[in-house]
Design a protein around this ligand. Sequence first.
Ligand code: 4AD
Ligand code: MG
Length: 462
Amino acid sequence: MANESIRNMLDRPEAGGPGVVQGWLRSVRHGKGVSFLDVSDGSCLAGMQVVADPGTEGFESVVRGLGTGSAIRAEGEVVESPGKGQRYELHASRVVLVGEAGADYPLQKKRHGFEFLRSIAHLRPRTNTLGAVLRVRNAASMAIHDFFQREGFFYLHTPIITASDAEGAGEMFRVTTLPEEDPPRDAEGRVDPSRDFFGRPTFLTVSGQLEAEIGALALSRVYTFGPTFRAENSNTARHLAEFWMVEPEVAFCDLGGLADLAERFLKSVFGDVLDRCEDDMAFFEKRIESEAITRMKRVIEEPFERIPYREVVSILEKSGQDFDFPVGFGLDLQSEHERWLTEQHVGRPVVVTDWPASIKAFYMYRNDDDETVAAMDVLVGGVGEIIGGSQREHRLPILEETIRAQGLEPDAYWWYLDLRRFGSVPHAGFGLGFERLVQFMTGMANIRDVAPFPRAPGLVEF
Ligand code: 4AD
Ligand code: MG
């Protein structure tokens, strides 16, 4: 018999006909002369109820001894379900035990705390919540590719191992094959990177942006979508040491065009995910965040607000709020400021533009006031900063000057500077933190619960 997922089975136009269900038991109920098996194969939030009775082959030998977590295969007939909440069920003619889970199976029918589930990350995809998260991640990934492909962007594969610090912030993980014991040393006794694999210090990338700029200045519109790494020691609910970033880069584009792109992009992705993950999103709205769907719909329907950083500072100063962190020109916005602004003050996504040059990366376009750069952060409720981007400095002398002023070495960025020598054009791009996007959509409070295998300080087991 052909292999049919539960999702497809539930999509059948009508009941009747044979069916095979293969999956893991979420719960088992044994009644008098009948057993109800709730089987999930992860293809959708719903499981399939398998009903077995003494006429079922394996009823005594298999079914009556089954417990949660075991893997089974059930064959039988797909019939209308008299029970509430499910369309069909399977009346089993035969049940086979494929893989037993003993009584020490750690997931039981009751709700488990997310912190506990993190300690069994090899099993948590079998829970409703993590299963739904993984399906939403999948749908969002496809929606992202669909959007950019539709808009004429080319998917560029930027490297993961790099010799340059794209953010200039020094938060990079070192990549080395030098021996731990007795590595080669230079004349001063320091470990000698020239004898390392690449002949120089190398790192895991913090962003694909610099290479995306190479792509944009040849193909005009490109995007990257890949893992990025930050060795910042942040133990917060919205920081990971390894996360996925989506980074479009557009030639002949300024900050206004970039903000338009970001708005179209988020609206399109949210619309697709609501379409494709109806059941999962309904689950998040019921169990995790009662506003999950409403707030996505509001993002789709309402225009984003654009406010220059300077004005944001004055709004925050006059807010009368008792913030933990200080507010003032030249200070970065903290999550509490971001959230108050977008959730309480504006009530819609906010694009904060034109930030002080002193707190932003070296590559951003310097505005005429010589004090701010053409940067933007897109803020949304619950999460705060979801996108960071900018118009890029395409004028060679200014870029060189900023690189020096930030204590970086222009030679290390020679090819990046070359792009400003040979056919330089205004261009712009942004980075979307994929896990923060999933956090916003699902309402999950902790970013560690929207990544299948979260990486954070001290967290690397799975
Ligand atoms: O604002 P960031 O640092 O911008 C860049 O890296 C630019 N090079 C992007 C570009 O212009 N191409 O990071 C972009 C986004 C943030 O807005 C946030 O959503 C996410 O990446 N992000 C993180 N997500 C999870 N954990 C972390 N430690 C993150 N750091 C940034
Ligand atoms: Mg940022």
